[in-house]
Write a protein that binds this ligand. Structure first.
Ligand code: 13P
Length: 253
């Protein structure tokens, strides 16, 4: 049985006060569910990680970072290492979010190095994959997702894969209010599972959790989660309001 996993990616939002307030509000309402029935992670901007870790301590809610760098330390101005994230109590880390791929320009290969480094540093990477609208319209969804999975997981042996969550986030659904239909999500999730069975093995493919992300909200969470291969949600905008995010957690649990 795959335990549902809901994560809130706050992106470049909140401030020192509102980040703590939001984290506390989520932790208060989700206690009793978080950790037990459903894994919950909050993914704030780097600068608020420590205060959010403190705010959710002993509540069953985990904390993740939005990115990391693959080197351990040294002259990499502006970057954050896996050990630094681990050091402050971070458990999860997003790798290859579409905004990093398409706005910042990260390559598939760089994302793969980050996933490997995250696991090496004792973190749990959430590898994000997903196609652009033109790629979907051009019938390339599976090819794009396959390419991103192949490169993103290239450095890993099957025994390391239990640390990994995959997030399918079609780029055309992110922040657009245009959610993939539950069927569209399910189709790609099945493809991802089949691909992982081929790349690694059947057991691993059956056990790995695949989140859906892209305009997930309190209204559509239940229908998305009802799909057999949708194991959780990676939520952007709707994770910035505690009330909405808690409804999503409840729908997943
Ligand atoms: P939205 O939920 O705002 O569409 O963002 C999804 C996302 O990118 C989560 O990582």
């Amino acid at each position: 049985m795959r335990k549902p996993f809901v994560a809130g990616n706050w992106k470049m939002n909140t401030d020192s006060h509102s980040s703590v307030e939001l984290a506390q509000a989520v932790a208060n309402s989700a206690s009793g569910l978080a950790g037990d029935k459903v894994n919950v992670a909050l993914i704030p901007p780097f600068v608020y990680l420590q205060s959010v870790v403190k705010a959710v301590k002993s509540t069953g809610v985990s904390v993740g970072a939005q990115d990391l760098y693959f080197e351990a330390k040294g002259a990499f101005t502006g970057e954050i290492s896996p050990a630094m994230l681990k050091d402050i109590g971070c458990n999860y880390v997003l790798c290859g979010h579409s905004e990093r791929r398409h706005v910042i320009g990260e390559s598939d290969e760089l994302v793969g190095k980050k996933v490997t480094a995250a696991i090496g540093g004792g973190l749990l990477p959430i590898l994000c994959v997903g196609e652009l609208l033109a790629e979907r319209d051009g019938g390339q969804t599976e090819a794009v997702v396959a390419r991103q999975l192949k490169a993103g997981l290239a450095g890993l042996s099957a025994d390391k894969m239990s640390a990994v969550t995959i997030a399918y986030e079609p780029v055309w659904a992110i922040g657009t209010g245009r959610t993939a239909t539950p069927q569209q999500a399910q189709e790609v999730h099945v493809f991802i599972r089949r691909f992982l069975a081929g790349m690694f093995n059947e057991k691993l493919a059956a056990e790995i959790r695949i989140q859906y992300g892209g305009s997930a909200n309190a209204g559509n969470a239940k229908d998305l989660m009802a799909q057999a291969d949708v194991d959780g949600l990676l939520v952007g905008g709707a994770s910035l309001k505690a009330e909405d995010f808690v409804k999503i957690i409840q729908a997943a649990a």
